[in-house]
Design a protein around this ligand. Structure first.
Ligand SMILES: CC(C)(COP(=O)(O)OP(=O)(O)OC[C@H]1O[C@@H](n2cnc3c(N)ncnc32)[C@H](O)[C@@H]1OP(=O)(O)O)[C@@H](O)C(=O)NCCC(=O)NCCS
Length: 200
């Protein structure tokens, strides 16, 4: 990553952000279950959340700027009604303390293939951490799978710690890995990306 690059980040409100997520997810053929805007709104509405996108010029037409990377996170609380989130909390209960703390779940995110390895995801992750600290969060948790080697590598570089591992007996590549990063102001000192953030 070039230290002098400035990353252009847009932070979206819920309605437009959900549409942008639906649009960018069309580019990720590797994920069979793409998120619709309705699904994004259903998950994020009524809880603290953040929708971020990094934008960059098209190599073939540098005057055209497109969304190339995105990251969506939301608060997850000790008591959740939504079954998927209640299940997540139950799985994390032995390794994350929810009581009297604010926990951010880094839900979805990816970078379009042609723009990978250019630092966009690090820039979004650092922006997410800065926002999380400003909004009183104590910890960021994220879930991935053994087989998502690129994501595991990135989370490693961002200093996420493995907190839980759930073996899939049929196929270990499908085993789930839960990671977390505790937030403190010192986290900001280790940030590397220069970012310009626009609120949409
Ligand atoms: C994982 C992913 C989001 C990374 O996005 P990216 O924009 O290419 O990441 P960055 O360029 O910001 O890289 C961040 C850091 O991770 C490292 N990294 C990036 N890709 C990596 C890889 N394939 N293996 C190991 N490390 C990697 C970079 O070297 C960089 O380290 P540095 O900041 O210390 O120099 C992208 O590869 C992707 O979208 N993959 C498919 C989505 C996916 O696997 N999702 C899993 C669902 S949980």
């Amino acid at each position: 990553m070039t230290e002098s690059v400035e990353y252009n980040i847009r932070q979206y409100g819920l309605q437009q952000g959900a549409l942008e997520i639906q649009y960018i997810e069309e580019y990720f053929g590797e994920f069979p279950r793409r998120k619709t805007s309705a699904e994004v709104i259903g998950r994020l509405d009524g809880r603290d959340h953040q929708i971020l996108m990094a934008e960059a010029p098209l190599p073939t037409d540098p005057s055209t700027v497109v969304p190339v990377s995105y990251k969506v996170a939301h608060e997850v609380r000790a008591e959740e009604d939504e079954p998927k989130l209640a299940d997540l909390v139950a799985r994390l209960n032995d390794c994350v303390r929810f009581r009297d703390r604010k926990i951010l779940y880094s839900w979805i995110g990816a970078t379009r293939r042609d723009w990978r390895g250019q630092g966009h995801f690090r820039a979004l992750s650092e922006e997410q951490e800065a926002w999380a600290l400003d909004n009183g969060f104590d910890e960021i948790v994220v879930k991935t799978k053994n087989k998502f080697y690129a994501m595991r590598g990135v989370l490693d570089n961002l200093e996420f710690d493995v907190i839980k591992y759930e073996v899939n007996a049929e196929d270990n590549r499908e085993s789930k890995v839960y990671l977390s990063k505790r937030l403190a102001r010192a986290v900001l000192d280790r940030h590397r990306s220069k970012r310009a953030v626009v609120q949409q």
